[in-house]
Design a protein around this ligand. Structure first.
Ligand code: 0WK
Ligand code: 0WK
Ligand code: BGC
Length: 821
């Protein structure tokens, strides 16, 4: 007979697993924007984003309301690296008339108790931060605020539901002139409990309460929490699982006793976990707790998309005060059976959730201080619109200086004539060789150009490495290496005998007297080969070919990579009269009216000008925006004082700027626990490609940490959030600076043409422009902002500047053949 009654309360593991799946579905509903309003399990964001890292310190007060007792704590946290804290507590009764009276009375009562506590502990003279554990479902939009959704357990206080309980507490506290506390955090008891245990065990990421009521919380990835802005990091979710089944999801398991009990409760149909306070504990209550705990653990350990790979992942949980030992044992065994791949350790919280609330307040204070200092550090990298307009105009002035005969010599932005007078007109044809030196890769290309109706360009290329010792060896070694690669390529293509015309993309500042002459003004980027500066690089190439004495070539043109890029895109879009490189280095070229180029004879037509804007600011005109980090990077570079604009905007340097900032923040104790690792000291370790990886949208923090680990940087979640912010600040500044420069160029073009609105295309290339997730978009937005009368389209150069060099060679050949040259 008795068995018949109890039988319906026994649930097999299959049923438990089924309910686990139901619960997981509920959790998914609670987290998703469109289903959360109707979800039974509310999954409330707590705005607790990080666990204690042991640097928390100071005196805190904590109120703990909602369990069987109302506690007030004085928590002293010691930054002694041992995560130790001292707790002084006092419990206060919660009379029925208070629990079922009106809101003002409840909060006045709390304030009176706090006043009594501070009196007893002689704390009234102190301004203290306070953490408030309020163990009821609250909707939060920030840590120090919480709107009560509904009362549960014994509480039925009027006039509090749908109001912010922190403001109510503030109002009550203000009635006590001699109390000065700062409510920094409102937390649910599960959150307080997780933080209390998190103080002792940093892997505690779940908080479990089984007491008067029951509930659990856990650390969830931000990208799974639709209700809160941002994808970075994690946040603790207060599941409020007490309401599981309120939508009937458990009706098939509820017994007549459950229904009976619910009908007799203060909130029939709600919180279908009867809990001890109404009637004697019943088995369904306990069984349900097993299920939810298992479901929650499954959810945490196996996010939907990774269920396939079953990593071993320890989870820590605190069970709350009232859980009888036998029950705990059953719970642990059930969890063990239902999620065998999880190694779950249950930790009983020492000192209840009060300490946790103080820890949350301490972490909140630490994070707030960290934010403030981080913003101060990054503020120097922000470029407000007014500064950008100014920079645009400064760049414009420098462009003019470079074009004018009387100022050209001193000009920092050299505005080098390229003797490229026109963009391709489709009549180009033939086979051409091209060399592409100066970017990330050195390429040798064979380009076949067809004209007329079947006009097309076919390309064969090979990438060769330029070892550092060659980049920084002698000029002879460098050009011999180039010719060696050329020989390998000609061999490989079987065209060694053919004396093909060659176009040489040489991505460094060269002063040209004609299309096939280029004197190197100065090395940039990672190159520093000796006996080259001031030399004609075409001659050096010819000499190297002569030295090798294996084949002969007709070097027809030497071009800058910006010019090659403009030509490559101009072949598709005749409106393309600007070439932009945002790669290892940065630069731009554009078609200028001959009448404005005072150092070249003639006023007819146009010529492409290689601006070499990388040197913008070498005269100090942008020093007011250079930060100490920029100066560090410049001093550590191959050419200190030179290419200042390039060192703030291009791929060769952005990673180094980030590294300098990370070192500074670590010195300030804001990162990596203040420890500057060997890796972080290593120059060049933070390559710009890592910025692009780290800044990718929706990249989960574990992946950011993975990137940092590859760099030998052991980071916390917070560290990786900060690193990501630093990367974003550095790359955004770079993109906006480039945008300001480009706006100056397109504005000049518009004025050149004397038109109200200019339509123009920019051909763009470079790994930073191509691979960084945000650089090109921010650059384009900045140009739009700073050149409102120009409709600028951007065209990505698919084939690099090698094709452009071949096209220029074809044009030069054509002009030569018709004797115009
Ligand atoms: C002790 C915690 C408190 C929580 C209580 C729950 O400090 O925040 O509300 O456990 O257990 P109960 O007192 O309801 O049995
Ligand atoms: C690809 C071009 C090459 C240029 C390079 C710049 O073909 O001429 O130098 O882009 O980008 P980087 O490789 O420096 O990122
Ligand atoms: C060079 C330019 C080149 C740019 C992009 C700069 O360092 O001075 O000539 O166009 O890098 O590669």
């Amino acid at each position: 007979q008795v068995d018949r009654y109890l039988y319906q309360l026994r649930l097999s593991d299959d049923v438990l697993l089924d309910v686990t799946a139901r619960f997981q579905a509920e959790m998914g509903k609670g987290l998703a924007r469109d289903t959360s309003p109707t979800a039974a399990v509310k999954m409330l964001p707590s705005f607790v984003r990080s666990l204690p890292d042991g640097s928390e310190k100071g005196d805190f007060l904590a109120l703990d309301l909602g369990g069987s007792q109302f506690h007030i704590h004085w928590v002293k946290e010691f930054d002694d690296g041992k995560q130790s804290s001292q707790l002084e507590s006092k419990s206060y009764p919660t009379p029925k008339e208070v629990m079922q009276g009106n809101g003002a009375e409840l909060f006045d009562y709390i304030a009176d108790c706090l006043s009594d506590f501070m009196e007893t502990k002689n704390l009234k003279h102190k301004k203290l931060p306070l953490g408030f554990t309020f163990s009821f479902p609250c909707k939060q939009t920030k840590l120090e605020e919480g709107v009560l959704l509904a009362w549960t357990k014994h509480f039925r206080v009027r006039g509090v539901q749908d109001t912010d309980v922190v403001s109510s507490l503030h109002r009550a506290l203000q009635k006590h002139q001699d109390i000065d506390v700062d409510v920094l955090a409102l937390v649910n008891d599960t959150v307080g409990t997780m933080m209390t245990c998190g103080y002792d065990d940093q892997r505690c990421e779940v908080g479990l309460i089984i007491g008067t009521g029951t509930n659990a919380c856990y650390m969830e990835e931000m990208r799974h929490i639709d209700l809160v802005e941002g994808d970075e990091g994690r946040m603790c979710i207060n599941t409020e699982w007490g309401a599981f089944g309120d939508d009937g999801a458990l009706d098939d398991l509820r017994t007549e006793f459950d229904r009976e009990l619910d009908l007799g409760s203060l909130n029939p149909g709600k919180q279908l976990d009867p809990g001890p306070h109404c009637h004697s504990r019943n088995l369904l209550y306990w069984v349900k707790l097993y299920i939810c705990s298992c479901a929650l653990l499954l959810w945490i350990v196996y996010p939907m998309e990774t269920k396939r790979t079953m990593p071993q992942r320890p989870v820590r949980a605190d069970e709350g005060r009232l859980c009888p030992a036998r029950f705990a044992g059953r719970l642990h065994r059930a969890v063990g059976r239902l999620v065998p791949a999880c190694e779950v350790r249950f930790l009983r919280s020492r000192g209840g959730s009060g300490r946790g609330a103080a820890v949350v307040a301490a972490v909140a204070r630490r994070l707030a201080a960290q934010r403030r200092r981080l913003h101060t550090a990054l503020a120097a990298l922000l470029l407000p619109p007014a500064i950008l307009w100014e920079l645009r105009d400064k760049m414009r002035a420098e462009l003019e200086h470079g074009l004018k005969r009387e100022t050209q010599a001193q000009a920092t932005v050299k505005m080098l004539p390229t003797f490229v007078r026109g963009t391709p007109d489709g009549t180009e044809k033939g086979k051409f060789l091209a060399l592409d030196l100066g970017g990330t890769n050195f390429r040798v290309l064979l380009v076949k150009i067809k004209s007329g109706r079947r006009r097309s360009v076919q390309m064969y290329n090979k990438i060769f490495a330029i070892p550092l010792e060659i980049m920084q060896g002698t000029g002879e070694e460098l050009f011999d290496h180039i010719v060696q690669c050329l020989a390998d390529f000609l061999e490989y293509m079987g065209i060694k005998g053919a004396r093909l015309p060659l176009g040489f993309t040489f991505s460094f500042p060269c002063r040209q007297a004609s299309i096939d002459k280029g004197t190197l003004v100065g090395w940039t980027k990672g190159f520093k080969a000796t006996d080259c500066e001031g030399e004609d690089v075409v001659d050096m190439l010819r000499e190297a070919i002569r030295r090798r004495n294996e084949f002969d070539l007709d070097i027809v043109a030497v071009v800058n990579d910006t010019v090659g890029t403009m030509m490559t895109c101009g072949y598709e879009d005749p409106n393309c009269e600007i070439g932009l490189i945002a790669g290892t280095g940065t630069n731009v070229c554009y078609m200028e009216d001959m009448k404005n180029i005072e150092i070249v004879e003639g006023n007819e037509g146009k010529m492409c000008i290689n601006t070499e804007w990388g040197a913008f600011g070498d005269n100090g005109c942008i020093d007011y925006i250079r930060t100490k980090y920029d100066r560090e990077v410049d001093e550590g570079s191959l050419n200190p004082g030179k290419q200042r604009y390039e060192k703030m905007t291009s791929g060769m340097y952005l990673g180094e700027i980030v590294r300098q900032i990370l070192i500074d923040l670590t010195k300030q104790g804001l990162l990596f626990r203040g420890h500057i690792s060997e890796s972080l000291r290593k120059k060049g370790i933070f390559e710009t490609k890592f910025l692009s990886q780290i800044e990718r949208d929706r990249l989960a923090l574990p992946q950011v940490r993975h990137v940092l680990r590859q760099l030998g940087l052991d980071s916390t979640c917070e560290d990786s959030i900060i690193v990501k912010e630093v990367c974003a600040a550095v790359s955004t500044r770079a993109a906006r600076l480039c945008g300001a420069g480009l706006a100056a160029v397109v504005e000049k073009k518009r004025e050149n043409q004397g038109v109200e609105r200019l339509q123009i295309t920019v051909g763009a290339d470079g790994t930073l422009y191509k691979l960084h997730p945000h650089f090109s978009r921010i650059l384009q937005e900045t140009v739009k902002e700073l050149a409102p009368q120009c409709d600028v389209s951007f065209m990505l150069s698919e084939d690099g500047s090698g094709k452009g060099a071949a096209l220029i060679t074809a044009v030069a050949k054509r002009l030569h053949n018709v004797g115009q040259k």
